[in-house]
Design a protein around this ligand. Sequence first.
Ligand SMILES: Cc1cc2nc3c(=O)[nH]c(=O)nc-3n(C[C@H](O)[C@H](O)[C@H](O)COP(=O)(O)OP(=O)(O)OC[C@H]3O[C@@H](n4cnc5c(N)ncnc54)[C@H](O)[C@@H]3O)c2cc1C
Length: 287
Amino acid sequence: MMTIREYKRVESLEEAWELNQKKANRVIGGMIWLKMSRGNVGTAIDISGLGLDQIEETEDAFEIGAMVTLRQLEEHPGLAAYTDGAMRESVRHIVGVQLRNLATVGGSIYGRFGFSDVLTMFLAMDTEVELYKAGRMPLVEFAKQIGGRDILVKLIVHKDKAVYHYQSVRNTQTDFPVLTCAAAKRADGAYRFSIGARPGRAVLFEASAETIQALIEEKQKAETKADADADTRENQDKAQTGKKAACLAKWIRDQVQTSSNMRGSAEYRKHLTGVLIKRAVRVLEEC
Ligand SMILES: Cc1cc2nc3c(=O)[nH]c(=O)nc-3n(C[C@H](O)[C@H](O)[C@H](O)COP(=O)(O)OP(=O)(O)OC[C@H]3O[C@@H](n4cnc5c(N)ncnc54)[C@H](O)[C@@H]3O)c2cc1C
């Protein structure tokens, strides 16, 4: 059980930051994860009065406050439209509505949990984090860091001309994921894939249109010209998508580092990575 000695609902980010410099103190988001930990907390720093519970959409970006809940992400029409439903899909398996009404974006991203659907989804987008003292940095950089005593203020998702797809594999509907995969296809043909629950933290793979073309050409060299001539146009289009999916799946499967835990082995996770990448590419090529 966790014991909290004092509670402070702060009135400014500066006050929150100052209190948070003391090792014994903790910022609280939804407190859903924190409450499961053991030990003593000096002061619980409540930032819920700082107006960080809003999602603001502009022409170019979404600004998502640290105290926005996962349920707000799930229900936001702008995010649903921009991500082709992927944002909603990324959070809808997280336990239940009651939990998603409490768990926050700040807690999810600052925690940098290996199993995080939330981190997986935001990594596939052009996302920056805004920290009170350190300022803005790409999420992909922040996700590699460990610990720290800054305050996460908000996420900024820059709108890209892209289409999105999200998948997770779970042994049962609301369990922690065995593997997560968020994919983005940009208008210039480049792909971004974020693979999480490896079971380590989500990692990002980016393939430019040129890289993809090179992978496909390498694969084509292995096929005979007669095979290609005999094929109908429709089959060739399907075959092209299939080749792209297979090439990207192999490319990422070869690079991604997985390991084993009670939910699945390293080998199984590698295999799933290939399967989810292929599925994502097939869906996104249709868009
Ligand atoms: C039973 C259970 C099952 C779950 N299953 C899943 C799942 O399948 N997929 C998934 O993605 N997630 C899952 N989660 C995690 C959940 O989605 C949240 O990520 C988690 O609860 C953290 O959010 P919180 O708001 O509760 O943060 P808290 O528990 O309040 O905080 C978490 C950490 O972040 C720090 N923190 C919080 N806010 C800030 C801030 N603004 N600035 C700096 N530091 C901050 C806290 O000090 C703490 O160290 C699960 C959680 C539980 C309890």
